[in-house]
Write a protein that binds this ligand. Structure first.
Ligand SMILES: [Fe+2]
Length: 246
């Protein structure tokens, strides 16, 4: 059906107005419909983890699914990565950690149940190898490329862990990896571009029966090779680990 002249004129006007609003960036600050609801979905998932409706590995699978659905361009804009990349001085060792504001998401619960940060590092520098206890967490590569390695933490002894390699591959922007207490618990990401940025959310202390300080468990994956591809990985201090791998 052909529109009447009046309908047609109205459509053109509405389109022009919309175009003007977009071009002036008037939507940019207040309305982030996709990434806003994505953060809210992750927060709701965190409630299910803390409420024990999901086991850690079930949560991890759902988190990974949601991570893969992120609109990367919108996330980059939301965390203002351009500004971060411009301002940050990439450290000579390891990664610099910064954060971003969730306050601008309309309808976001006031009680956010996750921690968040962005790791920034130069070529050859790393988020050094470490494991976690009582924490589910995950990475999204925002910019740059990385060699990412994960291990299952199978045993904890006085001075070492027994670990098993599970992931060792290149990661590019938009790619994700996740951690729970029972799957891929140790990670190690080395930047292979001039500069690299990683988005991170962490849900810690979800299981009150696990008594843990929640600190990173630094270790040396270049340890003694055992049968079945297992590795005896010596415990390290942050200083030792950064000296060798940072
Ligand atoms: Fe970590």
């Amino acid at each position: 059906m052909q529109p009447t002249r009046r309908e047609f004129a109205g459509t053109v006007m509405a389109f022009t107005l919309l175009e003007m609003i977009w071009s002036r960036g008037l939507f940019a600050e207040s309305v982030k419909p996709v990434v806003g609801s994505w953060f809210k979905d992750l927060n709701a998932l965190g409630d299910d983890l803390r409420g024990r409706k999901l086991k850690d590995t079930e949560f991890q699978a759902k988190m990974e699914e949601l991570y893969k659905k992120v609109d990367l361009a919108e996330l980059l804009q939301f965390v203002e990565l351009d500004k971060i990349a411009e301002k940050v001085k990439l450290p000579a060792n390891g990664a610099f950690s910064t954060s971003f504001d969730l306050g601008k998401i309309e309808g976001m619960p006031s009680k956010i149940n996750f921690g968040r940060q962005i790791f920034c590092m130069g070529k050859g520098r790393a988020v050094v190898p470490h494991g976690h206890e009582n924490m589910c967490t995950g990475f999204i590569i925002l910019k740059g490329t990385f060699r990412g390695r994960h291990y299952d933490k199978l045993e904890t002894q006085a001075d070492h862990f027994i670990i098993k390699p599970t992931i060792d591959r290149d990661f590019k922007p938009g790619e994700v990896s996740t951690i729970s207490d029972h799957k891929d618990n140790v990670h190690w990401f080395t930047c292979t571009a001039d500069a690299g940025f990683i988005f991170n959310m962490h849900f810690n202390g979800y299981d009150p029966s696990i008594k843990s300080s929640g600190n990173r468990l630094y270790l040396d994956p270049d340890g003694e090779k055992m049968a079945d591809g297992l590795i005896k990985a010596k415990k390290m201090t942050s200083g030792e680990c950064h000296k060798k791998f940072g």
